[in-house]
Design a protein around this ligand. Structure first.
Ligand code: NDP
Length: 396
């Protein structure tokens, strides 16, 4: 019996609220708080049965967060607002003595750059307070770290090569939309690419390296090498890795739209003056694009995300692939949400459940690969993201 505070009533927050409400024996009291109260209330009334309380909070404001936490007294906060709020929410958790979990690492608003260093720097403070902060507990980051830990625990003596492969073969019927917060999504994709090889990071032009990858039940899809945040923690936690890369699919239509938007300056985060007012072009673009939480209704197709790993077991080379496929329409039937929100929200709920049931323990700031992967993967099978294994898979 535990109290959970969910911060952020967007696409992912909605799934976290639905999933927590479906396990009342663990999440006995749920408070959903966000910047716009009506969004919390819509989600709560969609779930029904007075299962969810709601509140308005500005998560950039530490005293406001502390007041809310002191009033509700949650056992854990699930932060599914934006990466910009990670540090203020962590500060508030320290002040109100509450455990913390998020799905994306901190990013300063004025620089399109994400790194764990800002949040890892809180390790001593969380340890001294006897609290845990679980970072990056969505799908990627999140499940991908757990998959890697599972591979090491059960299939390899040494991991050598890791390719995280992320395919969305779904169709939402819009000309252009992003599956999670447009501002965060476009900042991530327009960055320079980066991967780990032979003990150093290699940088590429944005979306410079691409090739078809054959995804289970989907087939070959053009996939682009991106820098993704879990590479930083996985490389640190599995130092035997000689190479670690992240690949994501984009349709030609998506790439064409993105190029046009970039070329006309709409993806810039530098403020411009418009009608005497300062606006950030990317924030304006977000305001005119569909909200990720609105995409679910007519979404068809599926996602396929996993880890292809090569390494050594008993002195012999071994290849291993662990993955999940998730159907958008099924997600909508269950939670009125599309598959990307679902594949992020289910692991966030599951990570909180692992902590609250004592299956994941520890103090300080930890990433998902730092914990025992077995109970988490068992729970994913039960709560909507079953995983599968293949052996002898090549990255084509
Ligand atoms: P949305 O934009 O749909 O939702 C974000 C929510 O946060 C909105 O409801 C927004 O409020 C709220 N919010 C923003 N700023 C504040 C603030 N200052 N105070 C209170 N609430 C605030 O995004 P998503 O749900 O798609 O994404 C949520 C998080 O999940 C992001 O951090 C994203 O990076 C992460 N993510 C992680 C993935 C993974 O696999 N690890 C995959 C996909 C997403 P309002 O509605 O009023 O704007």
């Amino acid at each position: 019996m535990s109290k959970v505070l969910i911060i952020g009533a967007g696409g992912v927050g909605k799934v976290v609220a639905y999933k927590c409400a479906s396990v009342p024996e663990i999440f006995s009291e749920i408070l959903l708080a966000s910047r716009t109260l009506s969004k919390c209330q819509n989600i709560a009334s969609g779930i029904g049965g007075n299962k969810i309380k709601t509140a308005k909070v500005d998560a950039d404001n530490v005293p406001e967060l502390v007041a809310l936490m002191n009033k509700f007294k949650p056992d854990i906060v699930i932060n599914v607002a934006l990466p910009y709020q990670d540090l203020t929410i962590m500060d508030a958790c320290l002040q109100a003595h509450v455990n913390y979990l998020d799905t994306a690492n901190y990013e300063p608003k004025d620089v399109a750059k994400f790194e764990y260093k800002w949040q890892w720097a809180y390790n001593d403070k969380f340890k001294e307070a006897g609290l845990i902060a679980i970072l990056g507990c969505g799908f990627d980051p999140g499940v991908t770290g757990v998959y890697t830990a599972y591979a090491k625990k059960h299939h390899f003596d040494e991991l050598h090569y890791l390719d995280i492969v992320d395919c969305n073969a779904g169709d939402h019927g819009k000309s252009f939309a992003t599956n999670f917060n447009p501002e965060i999504n476009i900042r991530e994709i327009t960055q320079r690419g980066k991967y780990w090889e032979n003990n150093k990071w290699i940088e590429t032009e944005p979306l410079e390296i691409h090739r078809p990858i054959d995804y289970p039940e989907v087939g070959p899809k053009e996939s682009y090498l991106l820098y993704h945040e879990e590479l930083e923690s996985i490389v640190r936690n599995f130092p035997s890795l000689k190479r670690a890369r992240f690949w994501m699919t984009f349709s030609q239509n998506y790439i064409t739209h993105l190029h046009v938007l970039e070329n006309v300056g709409m993806t810039s985060i530098k403020p411009v003056i418009y009608n005497g007012m300062e606006i950030v072009p990317l924030q304006f673009l977000k305001a005119v694009l569909p909200e990720p939480s609105s995409l679910g209704k007519n979404y068809t197709g599926q996602t396929s995300i996993g880890c292809i790993i090569k390494g050594i077991k008993d002195g012999k080379e071994k290849k291993y692939f662990i993955y999940n496929n998730c159907n958008h329409a099924e997600c909508y039937k269950e939670t009125k949400s599309q598959g990307i929100s679902y594949t992020t929200g289910v692991p966030a709920m599951t990570g909180a459940m692992m902590y609250l049931t004592g299956k994941w323990q520890g103090k300080g700031v930890l990433n998902t690969e730092n914990f025992d992967p077995d109970p988490f993967l068992e729970a994913l099978n039960k709560y909507g993201l079953p995983w599968h294994e293949k052996f002898d898979v090549e990255l084509t």
